[in-house]
Design a protein around this ligand. Structure first.
Ligand code: SF4
Length: 251
């Protein structure tokens, strides 16, 4: 398994569990807003953590963590993902997978082997808009199949969209919600513009939360839980510069 980075997971990243995140190298998409471009290709040999080192790292922290998140890049591209998940389970830790949903056959096998305790899948856009957002031709039937497999897996799950102003609208988010209808949780998360793949997105503020809140009733009629996930690293939308003139000034 090619691991490019290991980090303590952000608070709440693995619901209900303190965890460590393993970032695998290589991704088959090129999302314009991706902030992980260092992990999109194969990692240089010297930059990789070999699996023995990863295991030693986990063993040392067994008294402090309860789970491990496999993230990326795209972890389902790693041939030995199932074996690595099994090792983590054998250490007594729970497993979570973060995926872009392009490899439904891999997901099916992992579910059949019972190797996952939680799965989070990005649904990046309505299916018809995928190609422009992820910078590649995408087999959208594979995305649809992954959504179906996850919803019927019996494994705790969430679907997520990183919401980028100018690339998403609340109407599109509603279309995504129709796609995942019946899911356990839908998370819309702030776009962080520090190092996006497409330079023109650099510095762009996060999508305002008010319109995301306005669609809550719509979303909650279709999925069990809806979360607007804030990131401290996101740039807030600046307050409008236009000042309303006072009644006295108007008179
Ligand atoms: S955001 Fe897109 S390009 Fe970046 S790692 Fe995830 S799927 Fe790959």
């Amino acid at each position: 398994m090619e691991i490019g980075n290991i980090e303590k997971s952000a608070e709440g990243a693995f619901p209900g569990r303190r965890s460590i995140t393993l970032y695998t190298c290589g991704c088959n998409l090129r999302c314009s807003y991706c902030g992980y471009f260092g992990l999109l290709g194969n990692c240089e040999e010297g930059d990789q953590y070999d699996w023995k080192r990863v295991e030693a790292h986990l063993r040392k922290r067994l008294d402090r963590i309860e789970g491990v998140i496999f993230s990326g890049g795209e972890p389902t591209l790693q041939g030995d993902l199932a074996a690595s998940l099994a090792v983590v389970r054998n250490l007594g830790l729970a497993t979570m997978l973060e995926t872009n949903g392009t490899q439904p056959d891999v997901l099916r096998k992992l579910f059949a082997q019972g190797l996952l305790d939680y799965i989070a899948m990005d649904v990046k856009a309505p299916l018809e808009n995928y190609g422009s957002l992820v910078g590649r031709r995408v087999d959208t039937e594979a995305i649809r199949t992954s959504i179906w497999c996850i919803k019927h897996s019996g494994v705790a799950h969430e679907f997520r969209t990183t919401v980028v102003p100018g690339l998403h609208t609340t109407r599109e988010l509603k279309t995504i919600v129709e796609l995942i209808h019946g899911a356990e949780r839908y998370v819309v998360q702030d776009f962080v513009s520090t190092r996006p793949l497409r330079p023109e997105l650099r510095g762009r503020p996060a999508f305002p939360h008010k319109p995301l809140e306005d669609i809550r009733a719509y979303v909650e009629r279709r999925v069990s839980a809806y979360e607007i996930r804030h990131s401290d690293e996101a740039r807030p939308m600046p307050a409008t510069k236009r000042r309303r003139r006072s009644p006295a000034a108007i008179a």
